[in-house]
Design a protein around this ligand. Structure first.
Ligand SMILES: [Zn+2]
Ligand SMILES: [Zn+2]
Length: 262
């Protein structure tokens, strides 16, 4: 099982499970909402083995401390991320420091963290290895380079950031500094960059792409979906036929087979 529970600037959390081990990638929602959403997809919070944190922005760690405490869960993150989230109240024994580019295992799932360009202390994305399947969560990236592409490639399924439509952002109501931050090399990935990345991934054999971290102000699910679907089509790869394309809902769980509805 690989799904998005919530996705966007109001909160991010994904579930990865091979049937034996259950992991959360980020915990950007409160404990009660997490419990509700997990119940709605048939997962007991008691079955979770660990939380993996990508970076310390509140939309990724909001519930991490409380959930860790309530369920006795270890929290994996880089040392710099742990330092930056000291106020979350994660107890000493649950602080697990990891490094990018190093493989490790949690229960039956293999994990590899890779560095991502984002304005946080030492942010990472994660690839998960469940049996023969590689699954990747890649959001909060200012740009894509060969290093990131190499790390995501080979994934059967990817949650890929498609944060904003460049024109909507430029013409929108955000103040100049915020526009610069989002558009910058350490901000968020645009629909255009997501589409280009998706095509590279599809050529490498990825079959399921879920566009995520969609901006509420500077994007629409439809705009994100169309940009990736159109560029894929120009490359002879058809969404719905050659691969499954979905868009992560901001507030409720989305699986990779969910078709987009207006
Ligand atoms: Zn962030
Ligand atoms: Zn974020």
């Amino acid at each position: 099982m690989f799904l998005s529970l919530v996705s966007g600037s109001t909160g991010n959390c994904s579930v990865i499970s091979d049937g034996k081990t259950v992991l959360l990638s980020d915990c950007g929602l409160g404990v009660r909402r997490l419990e509700e959403l997990l119940a709605s997809v048939g997962i007991s919070p008691l079955s979770i083995s660990a939380i993996l944190v990508t970076h310390e922005h509140s939309d990724h760690i909001k519930g991490a401390g409380i959930v860790s405490k309530k369920y006795g869960l270890p929290v994996f993150a880089t040392e710099e991320t742990h330092l930056a989230m000291q106020n979350c109240g994660i107890s000493e024994e649950n602080i697990k420091c990891i490094s990018s580019d190093t493989d490790f295992e949690i229960g039956t799932i293999g994990v590899k963290a890779f560095s991502i360009p984002h304005d946080a202390a030492n942010p990472v994305g994660y690839s998960f290895f469940c049996g023969n399947n590689k699954l990747t969560v890649a959001t909060d990236m200012g740009h894509i380079d060969d290093y990131i592409l190499e790390n995501i490639k080979g994934s059967i399924a990817v949650i890929l950031e498609s944060n904003h439509d460049i024109e909507m952002l430029k013409n929108g109501r955000y103040p100049y500094f915020l526009k610069r931050r989002i558009l910058g090399d350490f901000g968020h990935l645009s629909n255009t960059d997501a589409a280009k990345t998706a095509v590279e991934l599809l050529k490498s054999g990825t079959k399921y792409i879920m566009l995520g971290h969609i901006s509420a102000d500077n994007n629409t699910p439809k705009a994100a979906l169309l940009e990736t679907a159109n560029l894929a089509q120009q490359n002879g790869i058809v969404a719905g036929k050659d691969f499954t394309l979905s868009v992560a809902n901001r507030y409720i769980p989305t699986n990779f087979k969910a078709s987009y509805k207006e």
